[in-house]
Design a protein around this ligand. Structure first.
Ligand code: XMP
Length: 329
């Protein structure tokens, strides 16, 4: 196990030697563990030559933008610019069904947002940013074997999750990835060492493509995004209320775009099913489903069907990874 004081010292030294004294860095913050810890680390090394933005891509959870911005303000003393790009993301996703095409479009739109941000930084500080900071972790970078000399012996084959693939090349930005050799639990330890508040460190992972990978098919169809936001919020709140949040690696809901018949009162309903998924994991590369007790599930299912218009059926995903992945797309 690595000593976080050493990791921190080494990474700060790295960043300082990489980024020249007049150079600037931009960073997309999501409000999650990885990007927050990466930003706090780099801020320690280069101060206000780090420029952070938070992008609302229209695929965020219930009140996520407001909550995350408030959390940045209250808990972190890092200035963060908020950019609402939801319309441009959703316009491009309209009618798109294929999961890989969806991911690609979202990656490209992130590029556009960064492209528009760089000149704003230049206007402000008189120099175009030269680096992009990313909170890439070790599981994102390994393919079939660990990089030589990394000191790692893990050898899983995984799919990689680059939200913004191709970005630095197209924008002439060099990448800084100070967490690239760490697993999530180590990033949490490093964050703790850096005094990053628990509200960031304990947050469940949330994928860059957001709710788009939790609505199979066209995410802009009907009211799917809003229904999913409401269901997800009820599920997560129930998990927090039951004191289970910290025992679970990740929990979320999935919207299924198929019709299902139900009955409420004396009325036939024709609505949508949703799926609840909660998993435990060490590193996200393999996972087990989390075994809720019966009463928890009974309560949460009844809350969802009573409170969320359009939902008349709730399923629970009890597939481990493998054979399933964590996300549905
Ligand atoms: P899968 O679905 O591959 O997910 O089993 C493993 C972990 O990675 C997260 N995930 C992503 N994270 N960009 C991200 O930043 C992505 O494109 C992406 N896809 C999946 C997922 O939520 C889980 O924690």
């Amino acid at each position: 196990e690595w000593n976080m004081a050493d990791v921190l010292e080494e990474q700060i030294r790295n960043v300082k030697s990489l980024v020249g004294p007049d150079e600037h860095v931009i960073c997309g913050l999501s409000g999650g563990v990885d990007s927050t810890v990466a930003a706090v680390l780099v801020h320690k090394a280069i101060g206000d030559r780090l420029h952070c933005l938070f992008v609302d891509n229209g695929l965020l959870r219930f009140q996520e933008r407001e909550r995350v911005m408030l959390n940045f303000q209250k808990e972190l003393h890092l200035p963060v610019i908020c950019i609402d790009a939801s319309e441009q993301f959703l316009a491009r996703l309209k009618g798109v069904e294929d999961p890989e095409v969806k991911r690609k479009i979202i990656g490209e739109e992130f590029i556009h947002v960064f492209e528009e941000f760089a000149p704003k930084v230049e206007e402000e500080v008189g120099r175009s940013p030269s680096f992009l900071l990313q909170g890439t972790l070790y599981p994102d970078v390994i393919e079939s074997c660990p990089p030589p000399g990394s000191g790692r012996t893990h050898s899983h084959t995984i799919k990689s999750h680059h939200n913004v693939g191709g970005l630095p090349e197209r924008m002439n930005l060099k990448l800084i990835e100070p967490l690239k050799l760490l697993f999530k639990d180590e990033v949490r330890k490093l964050g703790k060492f850096l005094n990053v508040p628990e509200s960031f460190l304990k947050r469940h992972p949330f994928p860059g493509p957001g709710l788009a990978v939790r609505i199979p098919g066209d995410v802009t169809k009907g009211n799917a995004l809003n229904i999913l936001r409401e269901v997800d919020e009820i599920f997560i709140q129930a998990i927090k209320d039951a004191g289970l949040y910290d025992l679970i690696w990740q929990a979320f809901a999935v919207f299924l775009p198929v019709g299902t018949v139900g009955v409420q009162g004396d009325q036939r309903t024709y609505g949508y099913p949703v799926v609840l998924r909660a998993i435990t994991s060490e590193d996200g590369m393999t996972a087990d489903w989390y075994h809720f007790d019966r009463n928890f599930l009974v309560d949460v299912v009844s809350k969802i069907c009573n409170q969320v218009r359009g939902v008349n059926r709730v399923c629970v995903d009890i597939t481990s990874k493998p054979p399933a992945t964590v996300e549905w797309e």
